[in-house]
Write a protein that binds this ligand. Structure first.
Ligand code: ADP
Ligand code: MG
Length: 385
């Protein structure tokens, strides 16, 4: 795919779409891995222009090595990033606008969604050499504050927590599980460290340490559990005096969420809320889907209370908050099932904004198979009411 390099560029949205509740949805394809190459897998993802992606499904008739192409599905998003996209490109297109909003006292949230190994943590945290969205956002924030600090006082605090098996833990100062409490400002995790930060350099170290503190599966030491959600929240407080010398305080919050692997979200066919606990299913991920579905459908009641993750993000999802979804996918045919699920989910999330316009013309016929995630989640929602 690096042959015909496509650079994702965000479309300038009409003014009407810039207000209120909207979700912008992006797709990022990671480079094919050594393992995938060695397994002789085919590339099944094609980005044809900055907005359109095709997923090709292959079958392996009679067990022959030669794969046969059976169908192609077409999806349109706000932008699609090919494997050659840089961290900076991904940051600028998806998140820089939210950082600007936070400085003006608004809330913004970025989620990375996708199967384990699809590139969520790389996109969010990145490496020391190629820092991801979390670090680039804070860097940008400090840069912007520097040029503006003459007209007020800014304070930046961050907290980094994990939701694992419906238990909330501080990733910066790990210890006992944290209890969620409701106070005047909304839901807070009691005792969560609010770390005051002054420079980007300390942030990368802090976040790397935090990431090491994420829960690992007992069987796979050193590897972050695919069921762990990591939530970084950056709170920007800004004080300024008005003409009458009254102090005016603005608070904006940016939430950056590295979600658990989506492959387990709906692992069974017959899913009910009651069977959730027993099954190996991620309640927070499912509850997030229900909330997004309720927002898509324009529901008055958004079921935030169903999980720890959605409780924590209550003021950062819906309302006047801007939400960004980055769907991470592998290009390999070995993962085409997961990729299809991820793209379907992303397609659904996109409807919050595209309901009124943007007809999605399919160049290739789409053959529906069985019950998809969206249908299952809708069923779950009905049960919840
Ligand atoms: P996830 O968090 O979704 O489970 P990771 O972010 O850990 O997946 O990615 C899996 C592997 O692929 C890691 O070794 C990571 O460094 C690599 N990787 C993912 N995305 C990219 C990318 N865009 N460029 C280079 N390497 C990537
Ligand atoms: Mg990860």
């Amino acid at each position: 795919s690096s042959k015909n390099r496509v650079v994702a560029r965000k479309l300038s949205l009409p003014e009407t779409e810039k207000t209120g509740n909207r979700v912008t949805v992006f797709v990022r394809v990671r480079p094919i891995s050594k393992k995938e190459k060695e397994a002789d897998s085919r590339c099944c993802v094609t980005i044809v222009n900055p907005r359109d992606v095709y997923l090709t499904e292959f079958v392996n008739p009679n067990g022959y090595l030669r794969l046969k192409r059976i169908r192609r599905r077409h999806f349109t998003f706000d932008a699609c990033f090919p494997d050659s996209a840089t961290q900076q490109e991904v940051y600028s297109t998806t998140t820089s606008e939210l950082v600007e909003g936070v400085l003006q006292g608004r809330n913004g949230t970025v989620f990375c969604y996708g199967a384990t190994g699809a590139g969520k943590t790389y996109t969010m945290l990145g490496t020391v050499e190629s820092p991801g969205v979390m670090v680039l956002a804070i860097n940008d924030l400090f840069g912007k504050i520097k040029t503006r600090s003459c007209d007020g006082n800014y304070a930046v605090h961050l907290s980094y927590l994990e939701v694992y098996n419906e238990t909330v833990r501080d990733l910066i100062s790990p210890g006992r599980p944290l209890v969620l409490r409701e106070d005047k400002q909304g839901i807070v995790a009691a005792g969560l460290t609010q770390y005051r930060v002054y420079s980007t350099d300390e942030v990368m170290i802090l976040l790397q340490q935090g990431n090491h503190n994420r829960t690992t599966e007992p069987t796979r030491a050193n590897e972050t559990s695919s069921r762990s959600h990591a939530v970084l929240q950056v709170v920007v407080e800004y004080q300024v005096r008005d003409a009458a010398m009254n102090i005016i305080k603005n608070v904006g919050k940016l939430s950056l969420v590295d979600l658990a692997g989506s492959e387990r979200a709906l692992a069974t066919d017959q899913i009910t809320l009651r069977s959730l606990e027993g099954a190996n299913i991620n309640r927070s991920l499912l509850a997030l889907s229900s909330c997004i579905n309720a927002l898509v459908d324009g529901k008055k009641h958004i079921p935030y209370r169903n999980s720890k993750l959605t409780q924590l993000l209550k003021d950062s999802l819906g309302g006047t908050c801007s939400t960004v979804m980055i769907a991470n996918i592998s290009p390999s045919s070995l993962s085409s099932g997961e990729t299809q699920n991820t793209l379907h989910w992303a397609d659904r999330a996109k409807e919050i904004r595209t309901k009124a316009n943007d007809a999605n013309e399919d160049l290739f016929p789409v053959i529906e198979t069985g019950t998809d995630q969206a249908t299952l989640v809708l069923e779950l929602q009905k049960e919840n009411r």
